[in-house]
Design a protein around this ligand. Sequence first.
Ligand SMILES: Nc1ncnc2c1ncn2[C@@H]1O[C@H](COP(=O)(O)OP(=O)(O)OP(=O)(O)O)[C@@H](O)[C@H]1O
Ligand SMILES: [Mg+2]
Length: 414
Amino acid sequence: MGICWGSPAESPTTITTDHISTVISNKTSNTASSLGSTNISRNSLFSASSGDESYPNGQILPHPNLRVFSLLELKAATKNFRPDTLLGEGGFGKVFKGWLDEREKGQGRSGNGTVIAVKKLNSESLQGFEEWQSEVNFLGRLSHPNLVKLLGYCWEEKELLLVYDFVQKGSLENHLFGRGAAVQPLPWDIRLKIAIGAAKGLAFLHTSEKQVIYRDFKASNILLDGSYNAKIADFGLAKFGPSDSQSHVTTRVMGTYGYAAPEYVATGHLYVKSDVYGFGVVLVEMLTGLRAHDTNRPSGRHNLADWIQPYLCDKRKLKSVMDSGLDAKYPSKAAFRMAQLALNCLGPEPKHRPSMKEVVEALERIEAAYERPLEPRSHSDLPTNQRHSRQQPLQHRSVLHPRQGGNGYPPRLK
Ligand SMILES: Nc1ncnc2c1ncn2[C@@H]1O[C@H](COP(=O)(O)OP(=O)(O)OP(=O)(O)O)[C@@H](O)[C@H]1O
Ligand SMILES: [Mg+2]
């Protein structure tokens, strides 16, 4: 979730729709479990349509369809937030793995109960409440196979928590930059699959009837399920797109260094195409295995998108910056086409960037043209000595400064 960047732009537009106001007023009167006219109810978790199965192209629900969890339930699920259940930490707070009570078993989609991820607001997080609201209001209504599923929330005893489906393989960031035996470099075809899934998630947001600008697209916010399907997480910074008469929304500048579009950083003007820029940065990270923002690189190279561009438009130069973790096992024409696409996404003029729908189509064409050109090699087959050396260690499960991303990297805008 995002941290504010001290910018000259206007004050933030607080996202308080009628619905979320209902949540708040009900909560204030301490009746969390009876949110009246909304679709939020204690029993909605398993009875509600998840949307994933019946709506492969996603849907927007008229109201958040969320379950209200009690703090007691979430304490039980996470063994009282025991450190060994900690999955990571970001700007909002810590994320714990949990298991819903045994009595839930048989009702969960797998038939074996539900594994959840519980995000607990850090009491020092200044922006937490706004982001919590935004997450409930946006993600609670959005349903798409490439968006992480928000199951519910808890607001009790000054504690704010969010409860999600547990996404098995963690973040793309960890797979690209993590270290240790458990983290293997992603092979080419999996990277392409992830790019397509994430692009579909963004395309859904951008083309939905109420256009949503996501605003915090980055590798740590792309989670991967057991089959490497991408699930976009963290809607704390999401905004509704501009009305018909306007081309952009003006906001306080928030986001993450290295991913935020230059026009947004400079002016606070947020376009749907600002998300496309962030997507281009992630594409480059997947091609090169280099972080969007890395102060350990020589000066002038901290910001990946700034210096990498000449390398993306030349086949030989591209080869020199490709991720060594790919072990040269990628179709070079496909990589070059992906680099061209990334370049288009990084264009300085928002209106000249492709739409996310066009990005999905381009990636699918790349996939179709180069499907399995190399002998299939299992992801885990790679010997550890072929792993590329990473520039930054990623302490995926360590506790770091609460105002930074889960691994403290890259720095948030504030
Ligand atoms: N639903 C989930 N399933 C599995 N792991 C999750 C889930 N949500 C979050 N995580 C893990 O928790 C970590 C921290 O997530 P979080 O979104 O709080 O921080 P972040 O993405 O690193 O930083 P930021 O605050 O900028 O979003 C993630 O990197 C991911 O590994
Ligand atoms: Mg995140």
